[in-house]
Design a protein around this ligand. Structure first.
Ligand SMILES: [Fe+2]
Ligand SMILES: [Fe+2]
Length: 244
């Protein structure tokens, strides 16, 4: 079994990282320790044993309260039912579209399908889901925002390849541009569609003034993040809108 590296990247916010050499890519899962602990990204089904072992170094995994993710893909939700089996009070949490389109048929318990008007309180922390259709991809996509510490759980946005540090305070735009261009050359081209909504959605997320970006693949970012979010629109446009 591979070892999952665990880093507390902000108070109560743990990054559980599994590096997959075949893809030269990190898969990050985020655990927020609170009265009702929340896991963002259930992870691949095949990674469940190692991820459960990592979570159990931080909390009793049977006490998980919420399993959340951005969009319905295996690295985000593959192990969802395994978590729901071991944690009897855990609830799946996603966008309303995610609940209606996929999750309530797939999961062993119904999801809480959130809109930006709903607030999820887990103790000290409060969350809202912001819809981001087709960003990074998928009709059901959304990003979770924790309002107390201003943490944006942004899934595949700011994807970087390689063995990245857990956190960075340097610009994420160049590494993301490099990764997007690399993606566009290979079998996973058209990773993030540039649509008429892309810029507006990113501007909306910048308006939340996040101070931490919890990134699924690569380093997370600590610092004022609004400009990074607005600049990302340009990267997506030039990487995925050109000739496709
Ligand atoms: Fe994805
Ligand atoms: Fe991903």
């Amino acid at each position: 079994m591979r070892m999952t590296s665990i880093d507390e990247i902000a108070p109560d916010l743990f990054r559980l990282c599994i590096y997959v050499p075949d893809f030269d890519m990190q898969f990050n899962h985020f655990l927020v320790r609170d009265e009702q602990p929340l896991l963002f990204h259930a992870g691949f089904r095949r990674m469940f044993p190692e991820l459960r072992e990592a979570v159990s170094r931080l909390i009793d995994p049977t006490t998980l309260g919420h399993i959340a993710w951005s969009h319905f893909e295996s690295d985000e939700v593959g192990a969802l039912n395994h978590w729901l089996e071991i944690a009897p009070q855990a609830q799946p949490v996603c966008t309303l579209v995610g609940k209606l389109v996929s999750v309530d048929d797939f999961a062993i318990r119904p999801a809480r399908g959130m809109t930006a008007d709903d607030v999820l309180t887990t103790g000290k922390y409060r969350y809202r889901f912001h819809r981001s259709p087709h960003l990074p991809h998928g009709w059901d996509a959304g990003v979770l925002f924790e309002e107390t510490r201003r943490t944006l759980f942004c899934s595949d946005l700011f994807h970087q390849f390689g063995k990245c540090d857990p956190v960075t305070t340097s610009d994420l735009i160049e590494p993301s541009r490099k990764a997007m261009q690399q993606m566009q050359q290979g079998p996973l081209a058209d990773y993030m569609p540039y649509t008429s909504q892309t810029e507006g959605v990113l501007r909306g997320l910048a308006g939340l003034k996040p101070e931490t970006l919890a990134v699924m693949h690569g380093s997370s970012y600590i610092g004022k993040s609004d400009k990074l979010l607005t600049d990302l629109a340009g990267v997506i446009k030039e990487s995925f809108n050109d000739g496709h």
